[in-house]
Ligand binder design. Structure first.
Ligand SMILES: NC(=O)C1=CN([C@@H]2O[C@H](COP(=O)(O)OP(=O)(O)OC[C@H]3O[C@@H](n4cnc5c(N)ncnc54)[C@H](OP(=O)(O)O)[C@@H]3O)[C@@H](O)[C@H]2O)[C@@H](O)CC1
Ligand SMILES: Nc1ncnc2c1ncn2[C@@H]1O[C@H](COP(=O)(O)OP(=O)(O)O)[C@@H](O)[C@H]1O
Ligand SMILES: [K+]
Length: 505
């Protein structure tokens, strides 16, 4: 599913009106109907409703919803903020329709003085102040109103976007002046800012309402942001030939685990073996040999000459992909072996964990990375790698996108909706995964999966998309059966076969 910016949403709105054909006011009526339906489904008409409508089309939606609720015998009071005497056309029409229907308890058009109504626990507030047309942080009277609503005990439903929240960049927004909704009913598509952790406090529960904007218009519109869906991935799956031999299915090399961190190597190797690849070799320091042999008997060992750390790069001619970094350690010896390994690899490479930390402490090496390299930092690792502190997720994501373009790399910024930043500047968000995966070792599992997929023959972009999707899906399937609270990284590996099956079916 594509994610559109505020400006693109307005274009799509226009395209739909011109091509469907549907009048603008009827599109608003359609949106209001689905919003009203979502509200009446959840709350009965015993609950008093207070509506705050702004001067644009978000306010127009709110006025139409007020009329529809009142017609269904809800007790509705409406405040329309028309401070500049400048309502949008459709907002004006809906104001007229609302007045004519005479079904609301109160309609107050606020021009300057505003005496706010009492908001109580049993009340439903509908926030239709501003939506995708917000163009600066809220201030003055609107900011006071937002604070007043936020400190009340009433239940708040936001139409399209919590008022005050920008659809993309909130880096310099004033967070105290953004509505904190209990439920956001967003129209047609998710907005970019809804994917960021720090904005969840404003959105509350999220529901997307299909208002049937032109499919053709959405297909034609290019978007730099996209959310992965199962249907995007199914056609990308490689077929497994019945005459397949392990020699045809790829040979992966995992370089991981220093002394005391053998577990990271175990997890990455096991996950790699579960990702369809023919053979996996694991390179690890001498002292980890027995642990790995016993924990992952399917893997081939390449034992480093050092007892406790990776010290000597491996010839990669016999391998199809390299995954390097989990639990690798950061001794200078390991760092030098790491960069030599990455530089000499003529095969696709995934760098994670200590591999990224090594790069962060030798930032000049970033310029020596082969094009097409995959890096999988979590937010802190990315901060170290980029040498920046970020104010918020948007800034971090923009920085990761720039780095991916600059280095011609694939960067997976891990998190709840992991973001794959591609060398061409496009960003794909993952849609699977859950909080049960916030447990040590989950990232090592992802490294193993992507390395396995690369060795199996997937191109970088496909391996990244499929890898993060399967990783999250396995976590979701695990959570369904065993719950999130006591999930461990090994559970993600255990559920990988089911995740593959689900995609293949
Ligand atoms: N998706 C779709 O196709 C459909 C979308 N629909 C709905 O339309 C909504 C978008 O409507 P919209 O474009 O009219 O913008 P909206 O959010 O109402 O705000 C614009 C007004 O706010 C003002 N303003 C802005 N910032 C401000 C500030 N900080 N402080 C004060 N004022 C500020 C701005 O004034 P200006 O600054 O431009 O003078 C202007 O008056 C969308 O969210 C959805 O609900 C549906 O109806 C049907 C189909
Ligand atoms: N709340 C969450 N929702 C979805 N996925 C999550 C969540 N928390 C963690 N994950 C996933 O788990 C993995 C954690 O990786 P990482 O932070 O590197 O862990 P570790 O270093 O312990 O291996 C990432 O792929 C991330 O996307
Ligand atoms: K709103």
């Amino acid at each position: 599913m594509k994610i559109f910016t505020g400006a693109q949403i307005r274009e799509l709105d226009k395209y739909t009106i011109e091509h469907e054909p549907v009048k603008s006011i009827d599109l608003m009526e359609r949106a209001a109907k689905s919003i009203t339906h979502a509200i009446t489904e959840t709350w009965s008409n015993g609950m008093p409703v207070i509506v705050f409508a702004g001067p644009g089309n978000n306010g127009g939606d709110a006025l139409a919803v007020s009329r529809m609720l009142a017609e269904q015998k809800y007790d509705v009071s409406v405040y329309l903020f028309n401070i500049n005497g400048n309502l949008s056309e459709d907002c004006k029409t809906n104001k007229q329709r609302l007045i004519e229907c005479r079904a609301v308890r109160k309609f107050d058009e606020v021009v300057n003085e505003f005496d706010p109504p009492k908001l109580e626990k049993n009340m439903l507030v509908i926030d239709g102040l501003f939506g995708s047309g917000l163009n600066k942080p809220l201030a003055g009277g609107f900011a006071s109103l937002v604070k007043y609503i936020n400190q009340s005990a009433a239940t708040v439903v936001s139409i399209d976007v919590p008022s005050g929240l920008m659809t993309e960049d909130n880096t310099y927004n004033v967070r105290a002046n953004i509505i904190k909704a209990d439920l956001t009913l967003t129209l047609q598509n998710i907005k970019l800012s809804f994917l960021f952790a720090e904005n969840q406090q404003f959105i509350g529960k999220l529901r997307m309402l299909d208002i049937r904007l032109s499919k053709e218009g959405m297909e034609q519109m290019t978007s730099h942001y996209r959310i992965l869906e199962e249907n995007d991935l199914r056609p990308r799956l490689l077929h497994r030939d019945c005459f397949a031999h392990k020699g045809d299915m790829g040979h992966a090399l995992i370089v991981a685990g220093s002394y005391g961190m053998a577990g990271a190597a175990v997890l990455a190797t096991k996950a790699c073996l579960r990702s369809g690849v023919g053979k996996v070799t694991v390179c690890t320091p001498r002292r980890n040999n027995d642990i790995l042999q016993m924990s992952v008997p399917e893997a081939i060992m390449h034992v480093d000459k050092e007892e406790t750390f990776f010290s000597e790069s491996v010839e990669t001619a016999d391998y199809d992909a390299l995954g390097i970094g989990p639990g690798l350690g950061m001794q200078e010896g390991a760092a030098i072996a790491f960069i030599s390994q990455v530089r000499r690899a003529q095969i696709p490479v995934v760098v994670d964990a200590d591999g990224l930390n090594i790069l962060a402490s030798h930032r000049a090496w970033l310029q020596q990375l082969p094009k097409g390299i995959i890096m999988t930092p979590h937010p802190r690792e990315f901060e170290r790698l980029s040498g920046n502190r970020f104010n918020d997720s948007y800034e971090r994501l923009s920085n990761a996108r720039d780095m991916a373009e600059h280095l011609q790399a694939y960067i997976i910024l891990k998190g709840h909706n992991s973001a794959l930043c591609m060398p061409d500047g496009n960003i794909v968000f993952n849609s699977t995964g859950n909080a049960g995966m916030a447990t040590a070792g989950s990232g090592d599992v992802l490294t193993g999966i992507i390395t396995g997929l690369l060795a199996r023959g997937y191109r970088q972009a496909d391996a990244c998309m499929l890898g993060m999707y399967l990783h999250g899906l396995a976590g979701d399937l695990a959570a369904k059966e065993i719950g999130m609270e006591s999930m461990v990284a090994g559970d993600i590996i255990r559920y990988l076969p089911k995740a593959f099956r689900r995609l293949e079916d």
